[in-house]
Write a protein that binds this ligand. Structure first.
Ligand SMILES: C[S@@+](CC[C@H](N)C(=O)[O-])C[C@H]1O[C@@H](n2cnc3c(N)ncnc32)[C@H](O)[C@@H]1O
Length: 429
């Protein structure tokens, strides 16, 4: 396919997402199934335009003076790929599968509309209702933070240091421009996709199949690292899901002690079994039924709550979620987090720790949730998060935002990671 056909396909996928309010991955997959002639390079290029158009939904529409899927796809080409309308017109010419070339009205809009004059929520590419939570979390930096969340993300990996070394994996993945992560001690970063390219299929690498590394955002790695699981400890991963944190905890405990991975939704645990096998993580039990955790009541050295949340920290990777999320969904998550925290706390032994993690940047899900928990549970007290950070990442305190009451937040702009919140609480009584 030529670029014109790819842009037209991206427009069709964007229209499908608009009409049926469906996740971008599903819409792209369906398009691929009904257009079998398209090769993997075509699908990757189409996916890039669609994702860019979703990340820059408001700014692209502003630039083009229209909200249509076509306007957003064209706008994404201008914003992310640095194209001009002339270049676009040239690329579309003579291609019968391409959309019609830019109109006079579109040319006039692009000439008149300067992004620097747009309202801050447009430059930030945020839904209106998210301006308030972003301002609360980031103060004067809220536009810059939201803009960083609208950029293409890198591909982060965590080396399973029980089985391999980072140096060895860096050599193995050299052809993908892999480099050591900025902060995470076992992290490797492959840069964001450039142009029409795609991330390498690292899961097809023998080193992945052999369990030498996993795909995990650097922020998630840092949160697991800060939880500080130690060899020999009894650890409950209360919201284990597919096991991203569980695997990191298993490495931290050097496969000694006992890690119990639990999730209220059994199907979510399904991928964990393969991942544990691949990683040769031998100290993990997977327990779906809550009542089977009874023997752990008041007995865990560490309980990790990687809570269900809005995912507002992951919008670089899931930009469609940004436009689907509502205040009502946020309220539902807040209720769940509160109940889960109270439930999970009952498993912590005296002098044990409770780690609370979200991949959200909303204060209501983060600092405020922890502050309310501490009020309800005076037996728990926060650790000194600045000291904890300094212990793990000496001299890098500029890379996190520290909460007044308890916890710290990571973000794309400040930390170069997805948005994450982390708080560590000790049970004193
Ligand atoms: C953020 S995801 C976990 C991601 C996972 N820890 C990882 O690192 O890959 C949150 C998980 O919480 C689970 N969950 C929701 N309500 C729960 C509850 N009441 N008790 C335990 N887990 C729950 C969800 O099924 C979901 O898998």
């Amino acid at each position: 396919m030529r670029i014109g056909g790819r842009i037209q396909a991206a427009i069709e996928v964007l229209e499908d997402i608009d009409k049926r309010h469906r996740p971008v991955a599903d819409a792209l997959k369906d398009w691929g199934v009904s257009h079998r002639f398209a090769g993997s390079g075509d699908r990757a290029a189409i996916g890039n335009i669609v994702y860019d158009a979703l990340r820059h939904r408001r700014s692209a529409a502003f630039l083009m003076g229209e909200e249509t899927a076509r306007a957003r796809a064209f706008g994404a080409m201008l914003l992310e790929s640095g194209w001009t309308l002339d270049r676009l017109a040239e690329a579309l010419e003579g291609d019968r599968f391409a959309p019609p070339p830019p109109t006079e009205a579109e040319r006039a809009a692009v000439a008149d509309n300067r992004l620097e004059d747009a309202a801050p929520e447009v430059r930030a590419d945020l839904p209106d209702w998210c301006v308030a939570p972003f301002t609360t979390s980031f103060g004067d930096d809220w536009v810059a933070e939201a803009q960083a969340m609208a950029l293409r993300p890198p591909l982060d990996l965590r080396v399973n240091v029980v089985r391999a070394t980072r140096e060895r994996m860096l050599r193995t993945l050299e052809e993908f421009s892999a480099a050591s992560a900025n902060l995470a001690p076992h992290g490797i970063r492959i840069p964001p996709i450039a142009g029409e390219g795609r991330h390498p299929n690292v899961q097809a690498e023998p080193a992945f199949q052999q369990g030498f590394f996993e795909v995990q955002d650097e922020g998630s790695q840092i949160a697991a690292e800060l939880a500080g699981a130690r060899p020999g400890e009894t650890v409950l991963d209360f919201c284990a899901g597919a096991g991203g944190k569980t695997l990191a905890l298993s490495v931290a405990t050097q496969n000694s002690g006992r890690i119990v991975a639990h999730d209220a939704e059994k199907p979510r645990l399904a991928p964990i079994f393969d991942r544990l096998r691949r990683a040769e993580a031998t100290n993990v039990e997977v327990v779906a039924r809550l009542r089977e955790l009874d023997d752990l009541k008041g007995a865990c050295d560490l309980v990790l709550v990687d809570a269900p949340c809005t995912g507002s920290g992951t919008w670089r990777r899931r930009p469609d979620a940004k436009w689907r999320l509502s205040q009502r969904q946020l309220d539902v998550r807040l209720g769940e987090q509160r109940a889960i925290l109270d439930q999970a706390a009952s498993f912590v032994r005296v002098n044990g720790r409770l780690a609370y993690i979200t991949c959200s940047v909303f204060e209501a899900e983060n600092g405020a949730q922890v502050a309310a928990f501490l009020e309800r549970n005076p037996g728990f007290a926060p650790v000194d998060h600045r000291a904890l950070w300094e212990e793990h990442f000496p001299g890098r305190s500029d890379k996190a935002r520290f909460h007044e009451t308890a916890g710290l937040m990571l973000s794309p702009l400040k930390s170069g990671t997805d948005g994450f919140f982390f708080a560590l609480l000790e049970r004193r009584g």
